[in-house]
Design a protein around this ligand. Structure first.
Ligand code: C5P
Length: 413
């Protein structure tokens, strides 16, 4: 059966898809994949690694894609503009991707056209690996995959089966029909929140004690920035209000950045932006208290053995916005609990008028502050979904999907 049957392929019409092919025995499958995209109305360009040309001819791919295929950064005396190719694409799918290309992508090596294009691309990149059993299981492959996923690359998992070596196990590239369906779904998803405004808070806040000292916490802002990016990919216009980030702020035309230091500054901007948003995700680790008075001059020891600083409450941004929440607005909160996790999360869900809360625990290895990965339970009044340990980019994607399933836009009574 044609995989496009029963599938909404309309989303692919006019989309610009860049297909990367690496040197694997599975390279022949890329020809069929290319044909499926062209049939569904996508514009195709193909970039191959030099080794891939030993497995399948560029002529086959240029005929199917109706465009020249690039292999090298230069051809005779002509420069192939990898920057233009990278910026052209709405989506970059590398199928098959080999262990070598994975490793080079993970470490930023750009010694061929495919890799240089990858580094220049701003669009979503998906990879469909193909390799033999032990290469797939090798710790270096695992490490590189994890790095790439935390860079926002989506993995299309390998299939189990007979491999070119005769060994049997995981390592076969996913079938073109499956990859095609996944990409159709990706484009469908990019429309989920089209026209919606999303407010995201991220990172820590910083409260001044004196001109050289402050109180803050371990938040890096990664979960919030990943969430902002995931909403942007789903078509939303995002307003990201963030404290001092320890990760790079997202550079994305759909994300407006508002940089603040203190909880009070964050509250002021959020209160304004909240009025017009459809979805608000309170990811920031806001300081609950601030020093009652911030000294103008550096506090001196003055022979004291002890020093007491009096603290006062900061505004609770999520609770303030929660009180003003109207029909058609969806609020997501975060909770980091050390005891009675579920119970406390549900209490917070109700107190702050959240529609859902993402609970992560400090007790979980690899989850929470500073980690590339996270482990989260998404809890609402009538549902609880557990997301196992995975890169924060992927957790963000699944949170967006969860909200899409539970969000009820305002409709006139
Ligand atoms: O009460 P707790 O700090 O555990 O609640 C966590 C949730 O509330 C998070 O979503 C966080 O972003 C939000 N929050 C806030 N303003 C505060 C404290 C927490 O928005 N002052």
């Amino acid at each position: 059966m044609d995989p496009s049957e029963g599938q909404n392929t309309g989303e692919l019409a006019g989309k610009k898809i860049l297909l990367g092919i690496c040197g694997s025995i599975a390279a022949y499958k890329a020809a069929y994949l290319c044909r499926l995209f062209v049939k569904a109305g996508a514009s195709m360009r193909v970039v191959m690694t030099p080794t891939a040309t030993s497995f399948i001819s560029p002529v086959t791919l240029s005929t199917l894609s109706r465009n020249p295929v690039h292999v090298s950064i230069t051809d005779d005396d002509q420069w192939n503009d990898h920057v233009e190719w990278g910026l052209w694409a709405d989506l970059f799918i590398i199928a098959p991707v080999t262990a070598t290309t994975l490793a080079k992508m993970a470490s930023g090596i750009a010694d061929n056209m495919l890799l240089a294009t990858y580094l220049s691309a701003r669009c979503k990149c998906l990879i469909a690996p193909a390799m033999d059993l032990d290469m797939w299981k090798h710790p270096s492959t695992r490490r590189n995959l994890q790095l790439l996923q935390s860079d926002g690359v989506d993995l299309i998992d390998v299939e189990d089966g007979e491999l070119a070596s005769g060994l049997v196990g995981p390592g076969r590239m996913s079938e073109p029909d499956e990859i095609f369906k996944l990409i159709c779904r990706h484009f469908e998803r990019s429309q989920i929140f089209k026209g919606k405004k999303v407010l995201v808070t991220a990172g820590p806040t910083v409260e001044k004690i004196d001109p050289v000292r402050f109180i803050t916490n371990h938040s890096t802002g990664r979960m919030g920035t990943e969430l902002a990016l995931a909403f942007a990919r789903s078509g939303a216009a995002v307003q990201l209000v963030h404290g001092p980030l320890k990760v790079a702020p997202p550079d994305n035309p759909s994300i407006s950045l508002y940089s603040v230091e203190t909880a009070r500054e964050m509250e002021q901007i959020c209160s304004q932006l909240h009025q017009n948003c459809d979805i608000a995700a309170f990811t920031a680790a806001v300081s609950d208290y601030r020093p009652k008075t911030a000294c103008d001059k550096k506090i001196k020891k003055d022979g004291r053995d002890n020093l007491s600083i009096e603290f006062e409450r900061n505004p609770d941004i999520a609770a303030i916005c929660g009180k003003r929440k109207r029909a058609g607005q969806f609020h997501l909160g975060f909770a980091l609990e050390t005891d009675n996790e579920q119970e406390n999360a549900i209490k917070k869900l109700r107190e702050k008028n959240f529609d859902a809360i993402a609970l992560n625990s400090l007790a979980d290895e690899g989850a929470g502050f500073g980690h590339l990965t996270n482990k989260v339970s998404l809890i609402s009044e009538n549902k609880s979904v557990y997301l196992e340990l995975k890169p924060k980019a992927q957790i963000a994607e699944e949170i967006v999907n969860f909200i899409a399933e539970n969000y009820e836009p305002y409709s006139e009574p």
